[in-house]
Ligand binder design. Sequence first.
Ligand SMILES: NC(=O)c1ccc[n+]([C@@H]2O[C@H](COP(=O)([O-])OP(=O)(O)OC[C@H]3O[C@@H](n4cnc5c(N)ncnc54)[C@H](OP(=O)(O)O)[C@@H]3O)[C@@H](O)[C@H]2O)c1
Length: 311
Amino acid sequence: MTEPKIALGTWAWGDTASDRYFGDTLSAASLKPVVTAGMANGFTLWDTAYAYGQGTSENLVGELLAPYPRESYQLSTKFTPRMAGTGDHEMADMLAGSLRRLRTDYVDLYWIHNPDDVEKWTPELIPLVQSGKVKRVGVSNHNLAQIKRANEILGEAGIQVSAVQNHFSLLYRSSERAGIIDYCREHHITFYAYMVLEQGALTGHYDVDHPLPAGSERAKVYNAALPQLTKLTAAIKAIGERQHASIAEVATAYALAKGTTPIIGVTKEKYIASELRAEKVSLTSAEINQLEDLAAQTQVDTKGFWEAPMI
Ligand SMILES: NC(=O)c1ccc[n+]([C@@H]2O[C@H](COP(=O)([O-])OP(=O)(O)OC[C@H]3O[C@@H](n4cnc5c(N)ncnc54)[C@H](OP(=O)(O)O)[C@@H]3O)[C@@H](O)[C@H]2O)c1
């Protein structure tokens, strides 16, 4: 199966009453139209993690994709080192739980979520690939040296890092500056860009007069920065209007133009049509330069609390 140009993310699906990161109330009933529209339009790669609501997101992904033939979609989930216990088979155990919740016997992509201990965790991927439970492996939030080291460790078993998943958006280009995107291109590694829309702050839906949902974690991170984003979002909007594209669609097209595969967090059915439009937006070098300049001028730092700078 070919990899779609845009993958769909499901972190927000993991929001629970006690963990309101996004402040959304999503259910299988509200998300079913998202999955139906996604699958009907070729968005077949679904990214999740046990960490997203301690299995809540994986359960929803498993339930909603169960009616489709397994070979018609790809599942991407993650081993999160900081959620591991102290047993001898922590990665295999976390994967077993993910497979159960996802209602499958293999995942297409399995990631090490954070580079907490590359030497310790990377070799644990090898038997999972050899058993067929994991088709391809990726590393997330790893810097260039850590990606190279993971590739060396896996290489001894004839396995390659086939994907990297890092934060990348107009406002957060650490992986580009660190040469990770170039390295991936040169080594046929897919670079998946997450938080391309900065969790809603780069969509135009939220602004000074319409802040992110009160009480959510993302509101705590982004609401204070919204005034600094006004000029940037106005410029994105003007560029988009020339192609009948929204701010979110231009922000996604930017990540595509940079050679990445965006993982867009989808919470509403209408966003699927939006991802389709984003694939058709073309940005000139002058427009990209203008947006990058304005983004730099905002001086907003959107590094996640779980991330380390890439350089
Ligand atoms: N590996 C990692 O450490 C890591 C970290 C973060 C994320 N991720 C992955 O990357 C995915 C994407 O990140 P994210 O979900 O945090 O943030 P994101 O993709 O930057 O933003 C998602 C939010 O943007 C809004 N949105 C989405 N499509 C839109 C559209 N077409 N038009 C207008 N608004 C739109 C929605 O907000 P509303 O619901 O408010 O409308 C949605 O919740 C995650 O779901 C997860 O799979 C991985």
